[in-house]
Design a protein around this ligand. Structure first.
Ligand SMILES: NC(=O)c1ccc[n+]([C@@H]2O[C@H](COP(=O)([O-])OP(=O)(O)OC[C@H]3O[C@@H](n4cnc5c(N)ncnc54)[C@H](O)[C@@H]3O)[C@@H](O)[C@H]2O)c1
Ligand SMILES: N[C@@H](CCO)C(=O)O
Length: 427
């Protein structure tokens, strides 16, 4: 018989339809509604939202009130739910709920990057100790499958850098300001109306949100568990047409770039700041609420992932992928967490553009090298110790416009016998 003849029907090889996943959904805002709608549109996926917990009894919703409970703990106590999806906007309450669920050995999907970044060591330990699973693809860069890519595909390969645009709202605001000449406030209002921004938009605009995402990726890409406070995050609240025009003179754009850089001495550094991005960078064309991630891998070379970074449906798409992964018993390998941990350093200098009239701050930052100064526009360009930026970040946040000139870092002078510049960024 030819080996190409059709296989006889064999009951053992007939397609097996998985049992429907019974889901408890905690939070029914932008993302909660997004995943709910997606599951309704995909009946063949075989998942059913059995119970939904919400907070505000007065809010107008797309479903009748009898669909909701106002006590998320009831879902934790319900043994008939196979998976809990946590998509609320309160990181502390999210941790209480998710850690309680993991203590029961349950399967949980979350989109809450602040919660994951603040508690990653505990969340990993809870999974190990109680056998549950937590997946959080939706927490980082919306619909881009970056956590899975770093954890599973690049779990063994050394990475030189992982850098990109990790926040949709600030990217949307910068795009409106840069292309339409929009002012900051109406652009931010648009990002909020479209469901991209956090409930407290300071988290987006002051780059706390992309910092949480960078902290999560540091664990998967490098096996380094950071506390968010260790990472410099500066935002775009004071970026104005003056700064956008400065960038445009050299055909560059200002983007909020999160960078995780393996330095030539084998240490890791991470920073999240506005940065000048040149036309040659893959990040240059990442506009609106899109995110983009550039991976510089030892053997694979450069890879670039781009996709919608915010919004109910793109984020719901990542939750859907996590549900499918849970059904296949997927867990993060955290392979690099098991290796000897890399050291983390901020003992570096960063080339910055700063437009401020705060003379005290300029003195405190201790520029080691000034390469450009324009009194009439009130900006200064030069190298500053990263530790000084970390120390004075609260003052910097209020002081004026801050942009990393290139994202290049170099060793702080005391440690820079060779003083060569460390090319640590993709632009
Ligand atoms: N919006 C996005 O594009 C996006 C993308 C990725 C991740 N996220 C994350 O997803 C989560 C939800 O974001 P969102 O945009 O849907 O926010 P949202 O404000 O639209 O919805 C959150 C909802 O959670 C409810 N809530 C708060 N505490 C609750 C509790 N204890 N029990 C039940 N409900 C509670 C709030 O009342 C609100 O309706 C956040 O962690 C956010 O960071 C959002
Ligand atoms: N507020 C976030 C949502 C996606 O994580 C953003 O704008 O990127």
């Amino acid at each position: 018989m030819s080996s190409l003849s059709p296989a006889k029907a064999n009951p053992a090889s007939a397609p097996v339809h998985p049992a429907p996943l019974r889901i408890g959904l905690i939070g029914f805002g932008c993302v909660g509604q997004g995943i709910y709608d997606i599951l309704l549109r995909l009946p063949e996926f075989g998942a059913e939202v059995r119970r939904i917990a919400v907070k505000n009894p007065l809010k107008a919703r797309t479903l009748p009130a009898e669909h909701f409970t106002y006590h998320a703990d009831e879902l934790l106590a319900d043994p008939d739910l196979d998976v809990l999806i946590e998509v609320i906007d309160d990181a502390n309450e999210a941790f209480r709920l998710v850690s309680a669920a993991l203590r029961q050995g349950r399967r949980v999907v979350t989109a809450n990057k602040a919660m994951v970044a603040n508690h990653l060591p505990e969340l990993v330990a809870l999974q190990q100790n109680h056998g549950g699973t937590l997946l959080y693809e939706a927490a980082v860069c919306g619909s881009i499958p970056i956590v899975r890519t770093l954890d599973a595909y690049f779990g063994q390969e050394p990475l030189r850098s992982v850098s990109g645009i990790f926040n949709g709202s600030s990217n949307y605001v910068l795009t409106r300001m840069g292309t339409d000449g929009s002012d900051y406030a109406p652009a931010l209002a648009e990002a909020q109306a479209k469901g991209f921004a956090e409930t407290d938009p300071t988290l987006d605009m002051a780059a706390f949100d992309p910092r949480s995402k960078a902290v999560i990726l540091a664990a998967h890409a490098y096996g380094v568990l950071l506390s968010p406070a260790q990472v410099l995050n500066l935002g775009i609240e004071h970026i104005s047409a003056t700064d956008i025009a400065y960038a445009a003179v050299e055909s560059q754009k200002i983007k909020v770039v999160a960078g995780l850089y393996l330095l030539p001495d084998g240490q890791l550094t991470v920073l999240v700041t506005p940065q000048l991005v040149s036309r040659e960078s893959p990040l240059y064309g990442v506009d609106e609420e899109f995110n983009g991630v550039v991976i510089e891998a030892e053997f694979a070379g450069t890879q670039f992932l781009r996709g919608r970074g915010a919004g109910g449906y793109p984020t719901g798409s990542a939750v859907l992928a996590d549900l499918a992964a849970l059904r296949g018993d997927f867990r993060y390998a955290y392979a690099k967490l098991r290796a000897t941990p890399l050291a983390y350093t901020t003992d570096l200098e960063l080339e910055i553009y700063l437009r401020t009239d705060n003379e005290t701050l300029l003195d405190q930052l201790g520029f080691t090298d000034i390469t450009e100064e324009a009194d009439e526009d009130g900006y200064i360009v030069g190298y500053v110790p990263l530790d000084a930026l970390l120390q004075h970040r609260d003052a910097l946040r209020k002081a004026g416009a801050f942009v990393a000139r290139t994202g290049n870092v170099r060793p702080a002078p005391a440690h820079s016998a060779a003083s060569q510049e460390l090319q640590a960024v993709s632009s």
